[in-house]
Write a protein that binds this ligand. Structure first.
Ligand SMILES: O=C(O)c1ccccc1NCC(=O)[C@H](O)[C@H](O)COP(=O)(O)O
Length: 209
C-alpha cells in the first residue's frame, strides 16, 4: 500500500521522514489558510528532497499552480477544492505532473459527478468534507466507498491514525482500487511537524499484518 505523508514543511523533519519511513509521496500544502502552509522561501530546501512531492491546492489559479510545480519540483498536483472539470482539462494541457482530484465526503457520494474527471486525473483522493477543506483529523464513514464504481486507483485520507491499520487492510481486501493512505494531523506533534516514531509504528503494522 502506498503511503503519502502530508503537511510537511520543516527541513529536518522531512529528512528524518525520508530516512526512516521512505514514503511514496510527501505532501506540501499551498493553501494559504492552512496552518501547514509552505511559503516560497522554503523551496530552496524542500525542492531538493529525494521523494516524490505532491502539492495540495484549494481552488488556486492555474498559473500559480504551475509556478509551484516548477519552484518545488512537484511530481503531482492535488486539487483539494471545487475545481471544475474544465479547469482540470486546462491544467492537464499545461503540465506533465500527475493530477489528483479530491472527493470530499459528507455522506453518500454522487459518483456520476466525478465520471467526467476520469480521463483527466491519475488518482482520486477521498477526504472528510469540512469547512477548512482538509487536515480535520476526522474520518468519514468508509461505507460510502463500498460502491466505488471506477477502475481508477484512489488514496484514502481523513483522520487516519496508528490504530487504523487493521480496518485499512480489510478495506483494501474488498476494494482493489484502494491504492494507499494519506497521513496527516494524527501523526503530528504540532501542525506541520510529524512524529516519526508514530509513523514508523503505523508503517510496521501495515507491513506486518
Ligand atoms: O492539512 C491541511 O491543513 C489542509 C488544509 C486545506 C486543504 C488540505 C489540507 N490537507 C490535505 C491533505 O491531503 C490531508 O492529508 C487530508 O486532509 C487528511 O488530513 P487529516 O484528516 O488530518 O488526516
Amino acid at each position: 500500500m502506498e503511503i503519502k505523508v502530508c503537511g510537511m514543511r520543516d527541513w529536518e523533519n522531512a529528512l528524518e521522514l525520508i530516512r526512516e519511513i521512505q514514503p511514496d509521496w510527501m505532501g506540501l500544502i499551498f493553501y494559504p489558510k492552512s496552518p501547514r502552509f509552505v511559503p516560497d522561501e522554503a523551496a530552496g530546501q524542500l525542492a531538493q528532497l529525494e521523494v516524490r512531492k505532491v502539492g495540495v491546492f484549494v481552488n488556486e489559479e492555474l498559473d500559480e499552480i504551475l509556478r509551484k510545480v516548477g519552484l518545488f519540483r512537484l511530481s503531482a498536483i492535488q486539487l483539494h477544492g471545487k475545481e471544475a472539470v474544465e479547469t482540470v482539462r486546462e491544467l492537464k494541457k499545461k503540465t506533465d505532473a500527475e493530477i489528483w482530484k479530491v472527493i470530499s465526503v459528507k455522506s453518500e457520494i454522487d459518483w456520476e459527478a466525478f465520471r467526467e474527471y476520469l480521463p483527466l486525473v491519475d488518482k482520486f483522493l477521498f477526504d472528510t468534507a469540512t469547512v477548512e477543506h482538509g487536515g480535520s483529523g476526522r474520518k468519514f464513514d468508509w461505507k460510502a466507498l463500498e460502491g466505488y464504481p471506477f477502475d481508477k486507483g484512489f488514496l484514502l485520507s481523513g483522520g487516519l491514525d496508528a490504530e487504523s491499520t487493521d480496518e485499512l487492510l480489510a478495506l483494501a481486501e474488498r476494494i482493489p482500487q484502494f491504492q494507499g493512505v494519506d497521513l496527516n494531523s494524527k501523526f503530528e506533534d504540532e501542525p506541520g511537524l510529524k512524529n516519526i516514531k508514530i509513523l514508523k509504528i503505523f508503517k510496521e503494522k501495515l507491513d506486518h499484518s
